[in-house]
Structures are given as C-alpha cells and as structure tokens.
Design a protein around this ligand. Structure first.
Ligand code: C2E
Ligand code: MG
Ligand code: MG
Length: 705
C-alpha cells in the first residue's frame, strides 16, 4: 500500500515499516481512515471510523449530506466514488447523519491507491471530525448576527467609539438622527458632534466609561444641518478579555420630548396670546426681586397698566380684533422698553411692568414712555385703532412690603389714573386706600340715588356769538348726596359707565329732559333746543333708539327740540353699527352733536361718513385760545373743517369776552360757557331766560328752527 503524501519526509522506507507499527499508527490516529476497493466496498477502516460510526461491516453506516446539511449526497457524489473516478478530494466538508447519534461534520480527503504497475487498486479516504469547531463557529456566527441585529436595528443611535474618542462604527439610526452618512461619521472625533457648551461634560462621562463606569446623561448634539438635538446617552464600556477596548454609546433622541416639556413649561409661565410672561411669572419674579431688594436696600417699582376702553373695542370690533390689538401692544411695549424692565400680561387688558433697582423719577419716566409708545395708532385690518392706557405705580419699600400690597396699591393708583381722565399715570398715595373704599361705597349709593331722586339736572344756556339771545341749553346731571353733598358728574359718570349704571341713569336724564321741556311749554316759556349727553356705553345699548322714541312719544316733545351729544370715542365702535344707529336716530327727527371735539382721535374722513349736525369745540382749546398759538390754529382748522362739512359749530367753556370775540372772528356761530351763563337749575333757567323772553317767543322760535 502506498500512502501518498502521508508524510513529506518519511522516517522509514516502505520496506522498513513493519506491519505492527503500521497497524498501531493507523488505529491510533484521530483521523478516520477507510480504504475502498474499486468496487466501492470498504476493505479496511480504522478505530476512529468505528468510533465515528461511519462504516459497519462492508457498508456505510450513515447517510451523507452536502455541507449545507440539507441535500443528500447522491451515490456518485460520494467522495470515495469520485476518488475512484479519478478526482481528488481535498478537505471537503460533508455531514454524516448517523442513526441515534448526533450529526457529525467531517472534513474529507481522498486519494487513489495504485498498484505497482500503476493500476487502480482502490481509494484511501481520510475523515476528520470537525463538528466541534464547526458548531463553535456557527454559534459565533449566530451570536454575531444577534449582536449585529441589535446594533443595526436599534432605534436609537448605537456607536462604537475607541478609547481615544474616535467613532469606529455607527448604526443606521445614527444616520437618521444625525443626518450624517456612516462614512462621514467613521473616524470622526465624537466631540466634534457635541454642542460646544456640553463638550466638557461629555468628556467627563467618556473618561468615566473608560474607567469602567457605565453612565447615562443628557446632552445636546449637533445635527448635520446645524440644529440641536437633545440626546439621552448611555456609555457602556466594551470588555474583551477582561480589558476595556472601547466604548459603546447608546443615544436616544429626546428632542421632541424636550420640546414638549419646554412648551408645557413655557405655557405654565407665559400667556399664549402675547407670549409675555404671565401672572404666575409675575408673582415669582416680583417675590424674588423684593427678597433681593430687601437685602440690598434697593427700590423696586411695580406698574399696573390697564388699557382704556378696551372692553369697548372687544365688544364692538370682536374678540379677534381685540386679541390682535393686545398682540400689537405687547410687541410695541416689548420693543420699546429697556430689556431690564420686565413686562407681563396678567390677563384681559391688564399688563404689569417691574422695574428693579429704580427710583420714583425713573419710574415716572418709564410710565411716560409707555404712554408715548401707545400714542401712535395701531394698524388693524381695515382701519387704524387708537388706544390709551392708565398706569398705576407702587414703589417698594415705601408703598408696600410684599407682593400683594404692591399689586393692590399699583392697582388703586391705576384707578386713580383712570379717574384723572385716562391716558396717564399715577403713583400710589396712602389716601388711595380711603378713596377706593369711598368709591365702592359711592357705587352702591349711586344705585340708590337713582331710586331716591337724589339726581337732578342743571341746564347750561348757549347763545349766538356776539348776541345775548338764548339759542339752546345743555342738560347736565348733578348728584346731591345726602352726606357727601354735591358730587360732580366727572366723579360718578365714569364709574356709572364702568358698572353699566349709566344706562338707567341716561334713561332718567332723557325722560326728565323731555318732561321738563313739556312743562316749560305748558307754562308758556319759549321752547329751546335741549342737548342731552350720551356716553359711548349708552350709545352701544341696543335699546337706545327705542328709548329716545318712547321718551319723545310719552312726553309729546317735538324731536326737533332734542339734540343728542355723543363723543368722538364712538369712532372706536364698529362703523356699520354707528351708522345704523345714527341714521335711526336722525329718522326720529332729533339732531346729533359731537361733544368735546378735538380731544379724541376720530379722523375727519370718519366723521364725514355720518350725518352730524353740530361740532362742539372742546373747552381745552378755547381756554387759552388767546394766548396759545397752537390752540388758536386748531380752533381755526376745526371751524374751517366744520364749514366745509356744513355742520354748525359751538365752542364750549367760553369764559371771557375776548374769547367770545375771537371765536366770532373765526366764524364760530355759537358759544356756551361761564361768560354767558353757568349751568342753572330748571327754575333759574326758566326765570332768567325762558320766561323773560316769552314776549319775543316767536322770534326765538324762528332762530331755533
Ligand atoms: P360736557 O358735556 O362737555 O359738559 C360741559 C362741561 O363743562 C360741564 O361740566 C360744564 O359745567 C362745564 N363748563 C361749561 N362752561 C364752562 C366754562 O366756561 N368753564 C369751565 N371750566 N367749565 C365749563 P359738568 O357739568 O361737570 O359735566 C362734566 C361732564 O359730565 C360733561 O361734559 C359730560 O361729558 C358729562 N355729563 C354731564 N351730564 C351728563 C349726562 O346726563 N349724561 C352723560 N352721559 N354725561 C354727562
Ligand atoms: Mg356735553
Ligand atoms: Mg363738552
């Protein structure tokens, strides 16, 4: 037997190797040996083959499969057949499936055996059991695949970083989340992907992981497009053979959660409409500031800002317009005020401004600045809106020691500013406490006054400039309080407007005026036109037209003798509404005058659209008409404008003869004021004007008509 290539350099020559040795070698070999004759019958096999259970007697004791473990080997495909057919079999893998025993994987080599004359004697087949190695390899592969699946398909970023902080491998999620392709990430320094402000912290965690500490933390990273990502990172040391050879980083993208969290936080402390900090922020901010100020001995100012007539805008232009206006106001104030002054929206039309480390003078300056900032109109969809604000200021520590006292006092001061004609600011003074209590009391009492006839009407005569003849009167309400005495309308009309009491009050005035007119007529007096004041709140009242109609009807007064005075603030109300109401009133036969003209913001174009009969030039222009050039020009312009609109003109508050002459020169036809007469009681008026002229009644009536 020739053992081909069994040993490159045989120790013994063929003849020297005695059979017992040969047998010992063959039988003690780990490798299985089978010798087949040319007919494919096993002639010989060693112990290893027996052990492996491959051959039994003259037959194969197992079934052979290809190395895939699935396909059976055909007879001709069997390795010894192929060797007998002259092929070489060198290290092929096949599976041997044995009865009742585990599958064994064999590595097979085969050699043809030739006789001395070169004739084929058989095939020598060598079988090595490589099952253990194979199974180990397969196990490795499975675990590798499992790991790979975990790595590749993990929804979070998983990356392998070497101990120098260089990225070695990244998964697919890394590409999705960071925007970088894997090639761009490979060999990249990890720190270059972390937001600058978080790099030191990231480095500390990385060092800890290198020391074997697995840690989790949150960090901001940079997306490829420059945006920041919030990541929740866990560093896991990578051990091989007990040594840390790298770090696994698992990073979850928590940007969305962070955003939701910060939105929730934002909403808790901000007003969603204007994005300004809200009442809660205001409380916290002020508490903190007062604590600090207590220690440092600083002064702090709190400003309470309330928009004048905002409710009117909301009610007439709608809430969307109101909201838009609030946004524009917030923006203007935010941009106009110094950054160190914090602006808050408490709700509705209430804002606060907090001034840290300040003085009364500075606070006054800032309040003045706010008034100026608001003075320019606000562009709305189809028109411009004018709005003013009343501001109350309280100073820490003199006006209050804690947040509540500061707010309460600033609020009281704000109400004082409203009483002073709005569009202004007021500081808190200790007497305001008393005043606000008095106001609350008065509010209740006004209600009672209406029921108990404590209100009365005075009538202020009007005449033609340069002549002393009475041309009309204006009815002015008075309150004769049983304890407080006489209370002027400027004190109770504003809060009658606030509380809505103005509506029943106005009804009373109108009915009283009509009744009085009829009474005078019955007593033979000369009838004159009587003007009645209507506040905006009354004008908005749905029942106004009906009320006027009723009052005229019930009393029998001719509508031509009734004049209704409205103010320019109606310009704030929805145009269509004003137009409809004015038309309806005019249809009743009454005339309409614009009171206090020149103090509001109504534009000429706006007024032109309505059928107005009269403009009453406000007394503030008349007061220093003779000394103030500006006022002189304004009055002149108003008169010219009135003439062009073909409305009659009357000047209010005329106190001197010089003023009267000047007005007459300018072309103002009528005047009203102390120079001609103070407001009179009904009896005084009757006595001094109406009755005395009874004789010339016809002439007066002609003038009136
Ligand atoms: P108004 O309608 O502009 O009335 C003119 C005000 O000027 C009156 O003040 C009158 O007394 C005052 N006055 C008249 N001539 C002179 C003058 O020569 N010099 C000065 N310094 N003042 C003069 P009064 O009566 O205090 O009324 C104040 C305001 O209260 C009125 O201003 C009007 O807006 C409102 N008011 C009065 N009565 C009523 C009413 O029945 N209903 C409504 N809604 N408001 C009323
Ligand atoms: Mg008036
Ligand atoms: Mg007036």
């Amino acid at each position: 037997m020739v053992v081909e290539e069994l040993n490159a350099k045989p120790l013994f020559s063929e003849h020297e190797l005695h059979e017992p040795f040969m047998k010992a070698i063959v039988n003690h070999m780990d490798e299985g040996i089978v010798v087949y004759n040319t007919a494919g019958k096993p002639l010989f096999y060693n112990y290893a083959v027996q052990r492996l259970g491959l051959v039994e007697g003259e037959h194969d004791a197992c079934v052979y499969y290809h190395s895939d473990g699935q396909t059976l080997l055909g007879e001709e495909e069997k390795p010894f057949r192929r060797v007998l057919a002259g092929q070489r079999v060198q290290g092929e893998e096949i599976w041997a499936v044995r009865k009742g025993r585990p599958v064994v994987i064999l590595q097979i080599r085969g050699f043809p055996v030739y006789g001395e004359r070169g004739e084929l004697l058989g095939a020598l087949m060598l079988f090595e059991d490589i099952s253990n190695r194979k199974w180990a390899e397969q196990r490795m592969e499975v675990s590798e695949q499992r790991y790979k699946s975990l790595f590749e398909h993990h929804p979070d970023i998983v990356c392998w970083v070497d101990l120098q902080g260089v990225l070695i491998q990244t998964n697919d999620a890394a590409r999705h989340i960071s925007g970088y392709d894997p090639e761009q990430l490979q060999r990249r320094r990890l720190s270059s992907l972390i937001a600058v402000e978080d790099r030191t912290r990231a480095r500390d965690h990385f060092h800890a992981a290198r020391q074997g500490k697995s840690q989790s933390y949150e960090i901001r990273a940079l997306h490829r497009d420059g945006r920041r990502l919030d990541l929740h990172v866990t560093n896991i040391p990578m051990y091989v053979g007990g040594q840390i050879v790298g770090i696994y980083m698992v990073a979850k993208d928590v940007s969305q959660e962070k955003r939701t969290e910060s939105t929730a936080h934002f909403l808790a402390f901000h007003d969603p409409l204007t994005a300004l900090p809200n009442r809660r922020s205001f409380h916290e901010h002020l508490t903190e500031l007062l604590d600090k100020a207590r220690v440092c001995g600083d002064e702090v100012a709190v400003m309470f800002l309330d928009l004048d007539r905002f409710k009117l805008i909301n009610d007439t232009l709608g809430h969307a317009a109101g909201d838009r206006l609030l946004q524009l106001i917030s923006m203007r104030l935010k941009q106009g005020l110094h950054r160190k002054y914090e602006l808050f929206r408490l709700g509705g039309d209430e804002f606060t401004v907090v001034l840290p480390s300040t003085t009364c003078e500075q606070a006054a300056e800032v309040a003045g600045q706010i008034v100026r900032l608001l003075s320019a109109s606000f562009p709305m969809e189809d028109h411009e809106l004018h709005i003013t604000a009343s501001i109350g200021i309280s100073m820490f520590p003199c006006d209050g020691d804690d947040v509540d006292a500061m707010i309460r006092h600033a609020d009281m001061a704000m109400y004082r500013a409203k009483e002073y004609g709005k569009n202004t600011y007021q500081f808190y003074t200790s007497d305001l406490n008393e005043i606000s209590q008095k106001k609350m009391r008065l509010e209740k009492e006004l209600f009672r006054a209406l029921e108990h006839d404590e209100l009365t009407l005075h009538y202020q005569p009007q005449c033609q400039a340069g002549e002393l003849a009475l041309t009309g009167v204006e009815a002015l309400v008075r309150w004769q309080h049983p304890v407080e005495g006489f209370i002027p309308p400027s004190e109770f009309i504003p809060f009658a407007e606030e509380t809505g009491l103005i509506v029943p009050l106005g009804r009373w005035v109108l009915r009283t005026v009509c009744a009085r007119h009829m009474q005078w007529r019955q007593e033979g007096c000369i009838p004159v036109k009587i003007a009645v004041n209507l506040s905006v709140r009354q004008f908005q009242d749905e029942g106004l037209v009906e009320l006027v109609k009723e009052a005229l009807h019930e009393s029998g007064m001719e509508p031509a003798y009734l004049e209704l005075e409205i103010t320019e603030s109606i310009a704030m109300i929805n145009f269509d509404y004003v137009n409809t109401k004015l038309t309806q009133l005019k249809e009743l036969g009454v005339s309409i005058a614009i009171d206090d003209f020149g103090t509001g913001y109504s534009s000429l174009s706006y007024l032109k659209k309505f059928s107005i009969d009269k403009l009453k030039i406000d007394q503030s222009f008349v007061r220093d008409l003779t000394t103030n050039e500006v006022n002189y020009s304004i009055v002149k312009a108003i008169i010219a404008m009135g003439k062009s609109l073909n409305v009659s003109l009357i000047a209010e508050g005329v106190e001197t003869e010089v003023q009267m002459h000047r007005l007459r020169e300018l072309g103002c036809e009528h005047i009203q004021g102390y120079w001609y007469s103070r407001p009179l009681t009904a009896e005084q008026l009757q006595e001094r004007f109406l009755q005395r002229r009874a004789s010339s009644g016809q002439r007066e009536r002609e003038r009136l008509d």
